[in-house]
Design a protein around this ligand. Structure first.
Ligand SMILES: [Zn+2]
Length: 264
């Protein structure tokens, strides 16, 4: 797992590698590094208090912030983006839809008098969740404490995924159920493909146990999860350890409904 990327690289080896820099868990998101040994792409940058961990993970691979070619954000939830500004030379790839949706959400959460009503704009199914009240006040607390638009990086360096392609080994799959404009990434590395799922697939299983946001659209998010699992191969989920999706799922690629039932 800790293979690292030596800066002195064997010539002629242009294999693309993907690894977790910070492995996601129930309270922190996965930060991943994609490299073709000439370029380094950081996928999701974590919370502000995780900055030292992220820097340490890069340093242990012989990398400095200025070595990062680009930051890619799966979406703009607070636990995925707040160290973007540590890479001021890097471009930031993300969807404009997710950017606008999340910035607007965090701004509305600051509205002392109306925030509860306003969150229904973003989470229209909120009332169907037993835990909604607790989740929303927790989200608001986090937002008031940590959200800082300056930490998203310089806007002149943003490149919107709706209109800009990522470099060749990286393909975007829009997985809109978690938040509108959410982007999962497929990395083609010559061997079995690697999927960096973001929050479209929170963990290998038992998603409900992860203390993160409810989906913007539950039906869509279940469909996204099934679609990603059906791709098979190596998967880095948004809030869990990496795993290899089962062969059986690959065989059922065209029929996602034949996948095992989702956990409640
Ligand atoms: Zn999220």
């Amino acid at each position: 797992m800790e293979r690292g990327f030596a800066k002195e690289l064997p010539k002629g080896d242009d294999l693309v590698q993907v690894e977790a820099l910070l492995t996601g868990n129930w309270r922190g998101a996965t930060s991943a590094l994609i490299s073709d040994r000439r370029h380094y792409w950081l996928v999701d940058s974590g919370m502000a208090h995780e900055a030292p961990l992220l820097m340490e993970a890069l340093k242990s691979r012989g990398l400095h912030p200025e070595d990062i070619t680009a930051v890619i954000n799966t979406h703009f939830h607070i636990d995925h983006v707040l160290n973007n500004s540590l890479f001021p030379q890097s471009e930031v790839y993300a969807s404009q839809e997710s950017y606008q949706w999340c910035c607007s959400l965090y701004s509305d959460l600051r509205d002392e008098a109306n925030w509860e009503k306003l969150t229904l704009k973003y989470y229209p199914e909120l009332k169907e969740y037993e835990e909604a009240g607790r989740l929303m006040s927790q989200l608001r607390k986090l937002a008031l404490r940590w959200w800082d638009a300056k930490r998203l990086g310089d806007r002149s360096r943003f490149r919107w995924l709706e209109t800009t392609s990522l470099p060749a080994p990286i393909e975007v799959i829009f997985t809109q159920g978690h938040v509108p404009g959410h982007a999962s990434l497929v990395v083609h590395d010559g061997g079995p493909r690697t999927l960096i799922a973001g929050d479209a697939l929170l963990t290998r299983d038992a998603d409900a146990r992860v203390l993160t946001m409810i989906p913007h659209n539950r039906e869509q998010s279940l469909a996204d999860r099934a679609r990603l699992l059906a791709l098979a191969g190596r998967i880095l989920p948004g809030h869990g350890e990496e795993f290899v999706a089962r062969e059986a799922a690959a065989a059922n690629d065209a029929q996602p409904t034949s996948l095992p039932p989702e956990k409640p």
